[in-house]
Write a new protein. Sequence first.
Length: 291
Amino acid sequence: MIYFLTVNYHSTQLIEQLINSIPTHPNIPYQIIIVNNSPEDKTIQNLKTKSLHILNSQTNLGFGNACNLGLNWIYNQNPNAIVWLINPDTYLPENTLEKVPTFFTSHPEVSILGTLIYTPRNDIWFAGGKFIPKIGAILTIDLLSSHPEKDYISCDWVSGCSLLINLCHFPECPKFNPAYFLYYEDFDFCQRYGMEGYQIAITSKLAVIHQPSSITNRNIREKFKHSTYSYLLTLEKYTNKTILFLRFFRLTLHAIILLILKPKTAIGKLAGIFSYLKYYSSLLLKSGSKA
């Protein structure tokens, strides 16, 4: 069984396009699980198809926590399933569905699999992630074009925009870190499970078409607030204090400069910086009380 898991945040039209791109296949059972992360959005209830199930959250949980709600539900239904975590602003090219069981039958060792991600103009948007801890560099890099003969390439992280999880590898339901509201939760997810020995890879055998930032660009301030906070949180977890300080200083300086050029972006970045400082201060207080 393949479960497509997507998170709705006022995205009914986009999700309808995604659903329409998933063909009915007589030999490949699948379900589409929508976590409704905008409970005031009633239009999502208008989507009706035999294979669709909607999980309603009580409030906006953020992307990672909404995914956890869906993952828990799926894991309880079928702990041996394949979960395809997929953004609502994506859709599948033709003849994609049948390639999923073929891939995992040939490569059962892969636990977390990223796919090629194209823009509607057929440009590559994502083809692999690399991480250099010594300098705190979180990079997107095309790992596939130079190895077209390989079914997959191992990599440090893959995008949560299109990410498949082979649940049978996990003795407990895999989860995203609830500390992340939006952005970098996919990187953290891959880092945690990669450190535990799970195989993380990117493949050119599967692909999606993605309309970048069609949802998050609706509110620029919130976009940069969450991305900045999550970026600093990630640096704290996976680099050293020197790198964290240098990148924090550069990020803050850049945000101040942007106040004149792009005030919405700058205000969002500064809000994210203040959120991180608040979080970091609470950590220091907890460590102090324990001492």
